[in-house]
Ligand binder design. Sequence first.
Ligand code: ZN
Length: 249
Amino acid sequence: MNITIWNERSCQEQKGKQKKAYPDGMQNAIAEIFSEADFNVTVSSQNLEDDGLSEELLKKTDVLIYWAHTLHNKLSDETAERVFKFVSGGMGAVFLHSSHVSKPFKRIMGTSGSLKWREDGRHERIYTVSPYHPIANGVPESFLLKKEEMYCEYFDIPTPEEIIFLGWYPGGELFRSGFTYHCGEGRVFYFQPGHETFPIYYDENIKKILYNAVHWAGKQDSPVKESFVKESCPMAMPKDINISLPFKR
Ligand code: ZN
Protein backbone atom coordinates (compact mmCIF):
# COMPACT_ATOMS: atom_id res chain seq x y z
CA MET A 1 0.00 0.00 0.00
CA ASN A 2 1.28 3.47 -0.87
CA ILE A 3 1.04 5.89 2.04
CA THR A 4 1.89 9.58 1.93
CA ILE A 5 2.54 11.17 5.31
CA TRP A 6 2.22 14.91 4.94
CA ASN A 7 3.10 17.56 7.52
CA GLU A 8 2.97 21.33 7.07
CA ARG A 9 6.60 21.54 8.19
CA SER A 10 9.44 19.37 6.95
CA CYS A 11 11.37 17.42 9.61
CA GLN A 12 14.19 20.00 9.36
CA GLU A 13 11.75 22.88 10.00
CA GLN A 14 10.38 21.38 13.22
CA LYS A 15 11.97 23.16 16.18
CA GLY A 16 11.69 23.75 19.93
CA LYS A 17 9.21 21.67 21.92
CA GLN A 18 8.10 19.84 18.79
CA LYS A 19 11.67 18.76 18.07
CA LYS A 20 11.96 17.61 21.67
CA ALA A 21 8.83 15.47 21.33
CA TYR A 22 9.84 14.18 17.89
CA PRO A 23 13.64 14.40 17.50
CA ASP A 24 13.54 12.85 14.00
CA GLY A 25 10.40 14.70 12.91
CA MET A 26 6.72 13.92 13.49
CA GLN A 27 6.17 12.40 10.06
CA ASN A 28 9.09 10.02 10.55
CA ALA A 29 7.61 8.89 13.89
CA ILE A 30 4.33 8.13 12.10
CA ALA A 31 6.24 6.44 9.26
CA GLU A 32 7.73 3.98 11.75
CA ILE A 33 4.24 2.52 12.31
CA PHE A 34 4.33 1.47 8.66
CA SER A 35 7.84 0.06 8.50
CA GLU A 36 6.67 -3.36 7.26
CA ALA A 37 7.58 -4.38 3.72
CA ASP A 38 4.03 -4.16 2.35
CA PHE A 39 3.98 -0.38 2.85
CA ASN A 40 5.60 2.11 0.56
CA VAL A 41 5.82 5.33 2.57
CA THR A 42 6.48 8.82 1.17
CA VAL A 43 7.04 11.73 3.55
CA SER A 44 6.09 15.16 2.25
CA SER A 45 5.64 18.75 3.46
CA GLN A 46 4.25 22.12 2.45
CA ASN A 47 7.61 23.67 1.47
CA LEU A 48 7.83 21.42 -1.59
CA GLU A 49 6.43 22.17 -5.02
CA ASP A 50 2.60 22.17 -5.22
CA ASP A 51 2.55 22.29 -1.41
CA GLY A 52 4.07 18.80 -1.38
CA LEU A 53 0.78 17.37 -2.63
CA SER A 54 1.32 17.26 -6.39
CA GLU A 55 -0.99 15.53 -8.85
CA GLU A 56 1.82 13.04 -9.53
CA LEU A 57 2.22 12.13 -5.84
CA LEU A 58 -1.52 11.90 -5.12
CA LYS A 59 -1.99 9.69 -8.19
CA LYS A 60 0.17 7.01 -6.60
CA THR A 61 -1.15 7.50 -3.04
CA ASP A 62 -3.59 4.98 -1.60
CA VAL A 63 -3.91 6.75 1.75
CA LEU A 64 -2.88 10.29 2.70
CA ILE A 65 -2.10 11.05 6.37
CA TYR A 66 -2.43 14.82 6.91
CA TRP A 67 -1.18 16.90 9.87
CA ALA A 68 -1.25 20.71 9.93
CA HIS A 69 -1.60 23.47 12.50
CA THR A 70 -0.32 27.00 11.78
CA LEU A 71 0.15 27.14 8.01
CA HIS A 72 -3.41 26.33 6.86
CA ASN A 73 -3.84 29.64 5.03
CA LYS A 74 -0.52 29.27 3.22
CA LEU A 75 -1.80 26.14 1.47
CA SER A 76 -3.18 27.10 -1.92
CA ASP A 77 -6.86 26.68 -2.76
CA GLU A 78 -5.76 24.66 -5.79
CA THR A 79 -4.00 22.14 -3.54
CA ALA A 80 -7.07 21.81 -1.30
CA GLU A 81 -9.22 21.24 -4.38
CA ARG A 82 -6.73 18.66 -5.69
CA VAL A 83 -6.83 16.71 -2.40
CA PHE A 84 -10.64 16.85 -2.48
CA LYS A 85 -10.66 15.58 -6.06
CA PHE A 86 -8.43 12.62 -5.22
CA VAL A 87 -10.36 11.73 -2.05
CA SER A 88 -13.67 11.81 -3.89
CA GLY A 89 -12.05 9.66 -6.57
CA GLY A 90 -11.15 6.95 -4.06
CA MET A 91 -7.94 7.94 -2.21
CA GLY A 92 -8.19 7.31 1.53
CA ALA A 93 -7.48 10.18 3.93
CA VAL A 94 -6.60 10.31 7.62
CA PHE A 95 -6.79 13.83 9.07
CA LEU A 96 -4.94 14.30 12.34
CA HIS A 97 -5.43 16.68 15.26
CA SER A 98 -5.31 20.37 14.23
CA SER A 99 -6.01 19.56 10.59
CA HIS A 100 -9.67 20.04 11.60
CA VAL A 101 -9.49 23.58 10.16
CA SER A 102 -7.23 22.78 7.22
CA LYS A 103 -8.50 23.71 3.77
CA PRO A 104 -8.75 20.11 2.48
CA PHE A 105 -10.64 18.94 5.60
CA LYS A 106 -13.11 21.84 5.43
CA ARG A 107 -13.56 21.26 1.68
CA ILE A 108 -14.43 17.60 2.32
CA MET A 109 -16.68 18.30 5.33
CA GLY A 110 -18.39 21.39 3.94
CA THR A 111 -18.37 22.92 7.44
CA SER A 112 -16.07 25.24 9.41
CA GLY A 113 -14.42 22.46 11.48
CA SER A 114 -14.34 24.85 14.46
CA LEU A 115 -14.14 23.56 18.03
CA LYS A 116 -13.12 24.63 21.54
CA TRP A 117 -9.61 23.98 22.80
CA ARG A 118 -7.19 24.56 25.66
CA GLU A 119 -3.50 23.73 25.53
CA ASP A 120 -2.99 22.66 29.14
CA GLY A 121 -1.18 19.35 28.75
CA ARG A 122 -3.40 17.47 31.18
CA HIS A 123 -4.56 13.94 30.45
CA GLU A 124 -7.20 12.61 28.08
CA ARG A 125 -9.10 9.35 28.32
CA ILE A 126 -10.14 7.91 24.98
CA TYR A 127 -13.19 5.64 24.93
CA THR A 128 -13.76 3.13 22.15
CA VAL A 129 -17.47 3.48 21.42
CA SER A 130 -17.60 1.33 18.26
CA PRO A 131 -15.53 -1.68 19.38
CA TYR A 132 -16.50 -3.75 16.32
CA HIS A 133 -15.29 -1.23 13.76
CA PRO A 134 -12.04 -2.35 12.00
CA ILE A 135 -10.31 0.83 13.19
CA ALA A 136 -10.88 -0.30 16.80
CA ASN A 137 -9.21 -3.70 16.27
CA GLY A 138 -7.14 -4.52 19.34
CA VAL A 139 -7.83 -1.16 20.99
CA PRO A 140 -8.92 -1.29 24.67
CA GLU A 141 -12.35 -0.09 25.79
CA SER A 142 -10.59 2.98 27.08
CA PHE A 143 -7.03 4.19 27.47
CA LEU A 144 -5.22 7.19 28.85
CA LEU A 145 -2.95 9.72 27.19
CA LYS A 146 -0.90 11.38 29.92
CA LYS A 147 -0.62 14.75 28.20
CA GLU A 148 -2.77 16.11 25.41
CA GLU A 149 -4.29 19.36 24.30
CA MET A 150 -7.99 19.61 25.22
CA TYR A 151 -10.47 19.67 22.33
CA CYS A 152 -14.14 20.14 23.19
CA GLU A 153 -17.57 20.18 21.55
CA TYR A 154 -19.23 21.72 19.77
CA PHE A 155 -17.15 20.49 16.83
CA ASP A 156 -18.64 21.87 13.63
CA ILE A 157 -18.71 18.80 11.37
CA PRO A 158 -21.53 17.00 9.56
CA THR A 159 -23.00 14.05 11.46
CA PRO A 160 -20.32 11.33 11.14
CA GLU A 161 -21.11 7.95 9.63
CA GLU A 162 -19.57 6.27 12.65
CA ILE A 163 -18.09 7.70 15.81
CA ILE A 164 -15.42 5.24 16.92
CA PHE A 165 -13.66 7.14 19.73
CA LEU A 166 -14.76 9.72 22.28
CA GLY A 167 -12.31 11.81 24.30
CA TRP A 168 -12.84 12.87 27.92
CA TYR A 169 -10.73 15.45 29.76
CA PRO A 170 -10.26 16.23 33.47
CA GLY A 171 -12.18 19.50 33.09
CA GLY A 172 -15.23 17.36 32.20
CA GLU A 173 -14.99 18.22 28.50
CA LEU A 174 -16.08 15.73 25.83
CA PHE A 175 -15.05 15.41 22.20
CA ARG A 176 -15.78 13.20 19.20
CA SER A 177 -12.16 12.07 18.85
CA GLY A 178 -12.33 9.58 16.01
CA PHE A 179 -14.97 9.21 13.31
CA THR A 180 -15.49 8.19 9.70
CA TYR A 181 -17.05 9.53 6.51
CA HIS A 182 -17.23 8.62 2.89
CA CYS A 183 -16.49 11.36 0.38
CA GLY A 184 -17.47 10.11 -3.06
CA GLU A 185 -15.42 6.94 -3.52
CA GLY A 186 -12.96 7.80 -0.74
CA ARG A 187 -12.91 6.88 2.91
CA VAL A 188 -12.04 9.55 5.47
CA PHE A 189 -11.04 9.19 9.13
CA TYR A 190 -10.45 12.10 11.50
CA PHE A 191 -8.46 11.45 14.69
CA GLN A 192 -7.99 14.11 17.37
CA PRO A 193 -4.86 13.10 19.39
CA GLY A 194 -1.53 14.50 18.21
CA HIS A 195 -0.62 17.89 19.64
CA GLU A 196 2.91 18.55 18.35
CA THR A 197 4.63 19.11 21.71
CA PHE A 198 3.55 15.76 23.20
CA PRO A 199 4.95 12.45 21.88
CA ILE A 200 1.47 11.07 21.11
CA TYR A 201 2.39 9.12 17.97
CA TYR A 202 4.72 6.85 19.97
CA ASP A 203 1.81 5.62 22.12
CA GLU A 204 1.03 1.95 21.44
CA ASN A 205 -2.75 2.44 21.24
CA ILE A 206 -2.42 5.45 18.97
CA LYS A 207 -0.10 3.41 16.72
CA LYS A 208 -2.67 0.59 16.54
CA ILE A 209 -5.42 3.05 15.63
CA LEU A 210 -3.39 4.68 12.85
CA TYR A 211 -2.33 1.27 11.54
CA ASN A 212 -5.96 0.14 11.45
CA ALA A 213 -7.21 3.45 10.04
CA VAL A 214 -4.82 3.32 7.10
CA HIS A 215 -5.99 -0.20 6.24
CA TRP A 216 -9.62 0.85 6.52
CA ALA A 217 -9.15 4.05 4.49
CA GLY A 218 -7.15 2.05 1.92
CA LYS A 219 -10.10 -0.38 1.64
CA GLN A 220 -8.09 -3.32 2.94
CA ASP A 221 -9.02 -5.61 5.78
CA SER A 222 -7.59 -4.38 9.02
CA PRO A 223 -5.63 -7.32 10.39
CA VAL A 224 -5.16 -7.60 14.13
CA LYS A 225 -1.47 -7.97 14.85
CA GLU A 226 -0.68 -10.68 17.37
CA SER A 227 0.73 -8.10 19.75
CA PHE A 228 -2.50 -6.12 19.57
CA VAL A 229 -4.35 -8.22 22.11
CA LYS A 230 -7.46 -6.68 23.60
CA GLU A 231 -6.95 -5.52 27.14
CA SER A 232 -9.66 -5.67 29.75
CA CYS A 233 -11.45 -2.54 30.81
CA PRO A 234 -9.56 -0.91 33.69
CA MET A 235 -12.64 0.73 35.22
CA ALA A 236 -15.21 -0.60 37.64
CA MET A 237 -18.91 0.07 37.13
CA PRO A 238 -20.72 1.34 40.25
CA LYS A 239 -22.89 -1.50 41.64
CA ASP A 240 -26.05 0.59 41.92
CA ILE A 241 -26.12 1.33 38.20
CA ASN A 242 -28.01 -1.41 36.44
CA ILE A 243 -27.41 -1.23 32.73
CA SER A 244 -26.81 -3.99 30.26
CA LEU A 245 -23.61 -3.71 28.27
CA PRO A 246 -23.38 -4.74 24.60
CA PHE A 247 -20.31 -6.89 25.18
CA LYS A 248 -18.79 -8.93 27.99
CA ARG A 249 -16.66 -7.06 30.47
ZN1 ZN B 1 -2.54 21.05 18.97
